[in-house]
Design a protein around this ligand. Structure first.
Ligand code: SF4
Ligand code: SF4
Length: 108
């Protein structure tokens, strides 16, 4: 019986080489969102930028009152948020919230 090594089990976000697009993708509407931070609550646990499926967040160079570097949106990715809510869900400090835009955009 073949045994799969741990090195072959990777989180979904790293499996983009085997990700497929559904044939009816153009019928789906992709939500758009704006991410807001409350930097003073952040303890730089790194969850938000590691779990964002769009990989659009990163540790900023700013320092809050507790001495942590809060997250920021990567340069050029300001319009990339799909309002999935993952960052908001995983943040243990409630330091992020998402505002979903009213104007949704069709996937291309
Ligand atoms: S809502 Fe989703 S796509 Fe938008 S910043 Fe948070 S994790 Fe990333
Ligand atoms: S998940 Fe919350 S506490 Fe952790 S780095 Fe992101 S904003 Fe900071």
């Amino acid at each position: 019986m073949a045994v799969i090594g741990f090195s072959r089990i990777r989180p979904m976000m790293y499996q983009d080489q085997i990700t497929r697009n559904p044939v009816n993708r153009k019928h789906f509407v992709i939500p758009k969102g704006t991410v807001h931070f409350i930097p003073e609550r952040c303890k730089a646990c790194t969850y938000c930028w590691h779990f964002c499926p769009k990989d659009m967040l990163e540790e900023s160079s700013a320092i809050n009152a507790m001495g942590y570097h809060p997250p920021a949106v990567k340069e050029g990715m300001e319009d990339s948020c799909i309002a999935c809510g993952m960052c908001e869900t995983v943040c243990p400090e409630f330091a992020i919230y998402i505002e979903e835009a009213n104007d949704r955009e069709r996937a291309h």
